[in-house]
Design a protein around this ligand. Structure first.
Ligand code: OAD
Length: 255
């Protein structure tokens, strides 16, 4: 069994190059190299903070200003963050495969900024808001919002356009993700701790119908055991190498 990372990248590229339908599932780790904090582990957003206090509908009902403070803090930090080499490589992969879907748990919008087009945002987008009264959705990219933002149309309280714990995922996003996972021949799982459902189960669904599962992460996760291939290291270093290896195979097909 090969353990040299360069050799594993070669082998993964060889296996992927024969496929046409590929999915990618990303988590906070893919944005870590852009300076966006992850959730778990050292320095993570949930360290010293309880998700139930800031990321549930109950928390918002109890203390909307406290919840907005948390999301406004994250929005402000994000203004300084740019897509990194991992985001760019993922955007590049869209041109490599005939059928490519990027499913992300990230709400930071960096994949789109990097040029990815076919994206399913499973947990919403932090730059959007939704009126709690009339349900209209608004795009507030880059805007500084107050601690109690209200709807321009009806005056209702706005909430962040993200999915909180205990909420359903947006039905369209869930259906698109399920469809893509259901037909893919391989899934790349990048920078996620693979503990939050349903995202955590998607690689397992793909594997159940025979898809190749490739994990890219700094460290082992619950998925590592069932993944066919694991590449341990920074997404921003591994993914560009994978793209180069795939492009080399495209320009030099086997005779
Ligand atoms: P986590 O913070 O749980 O996990 C981040 C993962 O990224 C960890 O497994 C790290 O080892 C890995 N990682 C960190 N830096 C990396 C790098 N440079 N390259 C590759 N991997 C790296 O974040 P998520 O799995 O995204 O949900 O968390 C899932 C969901 O839980 C989030 O969407 C959020 C959170 O609570 C909601 O808020 C609803």
């Amino acid at each position: 069994m090969l353990t040299d990372p360069a050799a594993i990248i070669e082998r993964v590229s060889e296996r992927l190059s024969a496929l046409r339908s590929v999915c990618c599932m990303t988590g906070a780790g893919v944005s870590a190299e852009s300076g966006v904090p992850t959730f778990r582990g050292q320095g993570g957003l949930w360290q010293g903070r309880r998700a139930e206090d800031v990321a549930t509908p109950q928390a918002f009902q109890r203390d909307p200003e406290g919840v907005w403070e948390f999301y406004n803090y994250r929005r402000e930090k994000l203004l300084d963050c740019k897509p990194n080499a991992g985001h760019t490589a993922i955007a590049d992969l869209e041109a490599v495969f005939d059928d490519w879907t990027l499913i992300t748990q990230n709400v930071d919008g960096l994949h789109r900024q990097a040029g990815s087009k076919n994206i399913v945002e499973l947990h919403g987008n932090i730059w959007t808001t939704r009126c709690t009264a009339c349900c209209q959705e608004f795009d507030h990219f880059g805007d500084k919002l107050s601690r109690r933002p209200t709807c321009d149309d009806c005056g209702g309280l706005l909430r962040p356009g993200v999915v909180w714990f205990g909420e359903m995922l947006p039905p369209d996003a869930l259906t698109a993700a399920q469809d893509a996972v259901g037909r893919c021949q391989a899934i790349l799982v990048v920078g996620t701790s693979s503990v939050v459902e349903p995202a955590a189960s998607m690689a397992g669904w793909a594997r159940a119908h025979g898809a190749l599962v490739v994990e890219i992460n700094l460290e082992r996760t619950p998925l590592s055991e069932e993944a066919d291939e694991c590449l341990f290291g920074k997404a921003g270093e591994i993914l560009p190498k994978l793209v180069s290896a795939l492009r080399a195979r495209q320009s030099d097909p086997p005779r």
